[in-house]
Design a protein around this ligand. Structure first.
Ligand SMILES: Cc1cc2nc3c(=O)[nH]c(=O)nc-3n(C[C@H](O)[C@H](O)[C@H](O)COP(=O)(O)O)c2cc1C
Length: 201
């Protein structure tokens, strides 16, 4: 089947892309408004872009007829955000924070999550997430009337000692982290599994 993206309705484009580009890692993002109110929400239009400097990308959509999501607004206002990767045991809490809460409502409180202060940015870190990256936006790029991309520099990272095999070498117990990723449809996720290794020629 040939899908001409320019001819498809927006919801079908979304389905074709999100049902095929899988699994997508989930950035569970905390931000703060300029008046200091915290916010949390998950985003699977997310990945790492490079390491010199360490950079990540987020794709933030707008609801039809509504303004920017709070995460987008807060990044535009402050440039700061913290990305957490989501272990399986925190899947339900992550899901709670995707509610479309009014601006000014802290989803961290709604979901009963505890936080710790970050070192270099104002948004807090979520307790229980084994990996968190403190980031500062280096590019906020509109890519359409209903979406924009953020490229952020990773200023520092926190990895739970329990999953660090050798800090000097950067060896992490990736499988032990048990991180979930977004799959297809309305609510499908994946966990690590079905792995295989290829030796590079
Ligand atoms: C697993 C998951 C992944 C999501 N990925 C995205 C995404 O990549 N981009 C996006 O705009 N919304 C995404 N959403 C929806 C947002 O989390 C949701 O709109 C949320 O209410 C935004 O919160 P905010 O207004 O506090 O920023 C995702 C939701 C879930 C549950």
């Amino acid at each position: 089947m040939f899908f001409d993206m320019q001819q498809l309705a927006a919801d079908i484009r979304y389905k074709v892309l999100t049902a095929t580009v899988t699994p997508r890692p989930i950035a569970w993002v905390t931000t703060c408004s300029s008046d200091g109110i915290a916010n949390a929400a998950p985003f699977s239009f997310f990945n790492v872009l490079g390491h010199e400097p360490p950079t990540v990308a987020l794709g933030l959509l707008r609801h039809p007829g509504k303004g920017s999501k709070d995460t987008a607004q807060n990044i535009l206002e402050t440039g700061e955000f913290v990305i957490h990767l989501v272990p399986h045991e925190m899947a339900a809490s992550m899901n709670e924070t995707c509610v479309d809460a009014p601006r000014g409502v802290d989803e961290l409180v709604l979901a009963g999550l505890k936080t710790l202060p970050s070192r270099n940015v104002a948004p807090p870190r979520i307790v229980g997430c084994p990996v968190a990256f403190e980031c500062r936006s280096i590019l906020n790029q509109e890519t359409g009337p209903r979406q924009f991309a953020v490229i952020g520099e990773v200023l520092c990272g926190h990895v739970d000692d329990a999953f660090v095999i050798d800090a000097d070498k950067g060896y992490i117990d990736t499988l032990g982290l048990d991180l979930i990723a977004r799959m297809h449809g309305s609510g499908w996720y994946s966990r690590p599994g079905g792995l295989f290794q290829l030796v590079r020629p």
